[in-house]
Design a binder for this molecule. Structure first.
Ligand SMILES: Nc1ncnc2c1ncn2[C@@H]1O[C@H](COP(=O)(O)OP(=O)(O)OP(=O)(O)O)[C@@H](O)[C@H]1O
Ligand SMILES: [Mg+2]
Length: 248
């Protein structure tokens, strides 16, 4: 990393649902412009942790700061500084491409003038000018996901949280998606991303691996492979995640 300015700081961040601890005292930092991979098997606690960092869910204990703001107390300010692409919902299928851009841009507080110039650039970058008036529901999944990502960073947030953005997307489109991620990171946007694809884990600057709510490993893909004497991230993930006691 060029400069190690932390934009996410967590200290023993925890989320309990009754007696069940979904996120168990996780502590880590993420730096500006970094692409941080947040890995873990199904049910490990990734989405739960991400929701706390986005100010959408109140931590049970521990602390976290996102863009210098307290996730427990300053949730509204946090929302202005981040973009979030959720695992379940990204765009309105019954609105056109352009309507989605305008709708979300409006929520993010962009002016009409900004919206006009930004939507033109976005359509051009994604090479979907001809699709602008088509319903999002009729687009292929990979296009939808690229569009959702571009919309999540329309307001140039400090950090964008991506929860399994490429799930079910074909390999070529996943590559294109990662080109968009790199481009955003090069502009200084910090990218916090979950994925189940180990080739994508290799594209991250650093990755953490979560098992049963705890972070079991954190480092660059090269460091983790060396530590566990593996040649691929698949091997690293298998060694760590196979000890998981819970999951779906
Ligand atoms: N609102 C809730 N109430 C009770 N339990 C919950 C709640 N939300 C999540 N959990 C539980 O917490 C655990 C972690 O879930 P979470 O969705 O964070 O996992 P994940 O790592 O995102 O998994 P996936 O890869 O399947 O998306 C799971 O056992 C889940 O059932
Ligand atoms: Mg999840």
């Amino acid at each position: 990393m060029k400069n190690k300015e932390p934009v996410i700081l967590t200290e023993k961040l925890t989320k309990r649902f009754d007696s069940f601890t979904a996120v168990d005292e996780i502590s880590f930092d993420v730096y500006r412009g970094e692409i941080f991979g947040f890995l873990g098997a199904n049910g490990a606690g990734k989405t739960t942790a991400m929701r706390m960092l986005c100010g959408l869910s109140v931590p049970s204990s521990g602390r976290a700061a996102v863009a210098g703001l307290n996730v427990y107390k300053q949730t509204e300010q946090i929302k202005r500084n981040i973009g979030y692409m959720s695992q379940k919902f990204s765009l309105y299928e019954d609105l056109t491409v352009l309507e989605n851009i305008r709708f979300f841009g409006g929520i993010y507080g962009l002016t009409d003038q900004q919206l006009k110039s930004k939507s033109g650039k976005l359509l051009h970058q994604l090479e979907i000018e001809s699709e602008a008036k088509k319903l999002v529901g009729n687009l292929p999944l990979g296009w939808k996901q690229k569009l959702a990502f571009s919309i999540a960073i329309l307001h140039e947030p400090k950090i964008v949280f991506l929860d399994e953005p490429t799930g079910g997307v074909d390999p070529v489109t996943r590559r294109q998606f990662w080109t968009l991620i790199y481009e955003a990171a090069s502009r200084g946007i910090t990218v916090f991303v979950t994925t189940h694809y180990m080739d994508e884990a290799e594209y991250c600057n650093r990755v953490s691996i979560m098992v049963d709510g705890q972070i079991k490993a954190l480092g660059t893909p090269r460091e983790l492979k060396a530590q566990l004497n593996e040649t691929s991230m698949d091997g690293v993930f298998y060694q760590l995640a196979r000890v998981a006691k819970r999951g779906e």
